[in-house]
Design a protein around this ligand. Sequence first.
Ligand SMILES: [Zn+2]
Length: 328
Amino acid sequence: MANFQQQFEAMGYKYDKLTSVGYNNVNGFYFTVCVAPDGKQYTVSVSFALPDANAAGYFNQALGQFLAERKKTIISGVYANNRLDLCYKFKGLAPDVTEGVKEATDACMYFFNQFRAVPACSCCGRPNGTSLYAMEKNISALCSECFVSERSRISTKNRDIDETKENVPLGIVGSVLGALVGAVIWVLMSVLGRIVWAAGLASGVLSFFGYKRFAKKMTRKGLIISLVLGFVILLAGMYCAFAIDVYNAENDYLTEYNTYFSDYLDGPREYISYFDALALVPEYFVYDVGTAIYNNIFGIIGYVVAAVGCIATTMFDKKTKNRIERLM
Ligand SMILES: [Zn+2]
C-alpha cells in the first residue's frame, strides 16, 4: 500500500485519513484528491465558477483538448455543476499521485487565469466565500449558506435513523432472500460445470443489503446476523450443488451397471433419488476431500471478500456518522 499521506504532504497537501482524501488551497481554490478504494485510480476535483456562458464554452473546448492529449493517463474529465473532476489512473506498480496532481493543479490554475474563474461553492455553484468541510463521507467546498443547510440535513437524517427501530425479524427475512440469490447462482453455475467466486461474493453482499433494506437499519447485531446467515445459506447451496453431482455420478454408474452387468449379477438396481444423493454427500466429501474443497473454495473466498467489505463499510459508516468538520 502506497503511502499517500506522505505523497500529499510532500506536495503541501493535507490528508484526511478517514476518507483517503488529500486537499489543498491553491490561490483560494480548494483542490481535493480522492484515491479510489480499489487503488487503481484517483480523482482530482475543484469547484469554480466562470464569468459567463461564453467563458464556459471556451473552457470546455480547452478541457477537451487537454484531455485528448492525455488519453494515456486521464480516464475521464468532466466539468458539470461548477465542478471539475479529473480521473487519473495509476501507472506502474507503485501508485503515485504526485505527477497527476501537479499536472492537474498547474493546468487548472492556467485555465482559471485565462478564463477568469473564481472559487465557487460545490453545492450551489455561487462564487460566495467558501470553506472546505468534511461532511460525513464527503469533503467539499461549501459556502456558509450551503454548509448550514447541509448540516441540518445531516442531523435530521441521523435523527431519523436513530429513531428508527431495527426490525430484526424482517431483517432476517431480507438477509435470507439476499443470500438465497447468491446460493441459487452457485447451484446453477455448478450444474453448468462452472466455479464462480462471484456467487460467493453475491451471497455475502446481498445478505448484508437484504438485512439493511428490510430491517431499515444496520447495527453490529445486524451485521453479525446477516454475515452468519449469508455463510450458512451459501454452504447449504454448496451442499445442494454437491448432491446434484453425487446424483449424476451415482445414476450414471447405475445406468452402466443395469445395461451391462445386471444380467450377470443380481438383477437391475433402482436409481437413487435426489434425496438419497443429499444423504450421500458426506460420504463423497470424505472420499475425495481435495476435489470437494477445490470445487468450493473460490466461492468461500468470494464470500470472505464480501464479508470484509461489509465490515469495512459498516465501520466507515459509523466513523463518519455525524462528522461535520471545517478543514480549511
Ligand atoms: Zn453554496
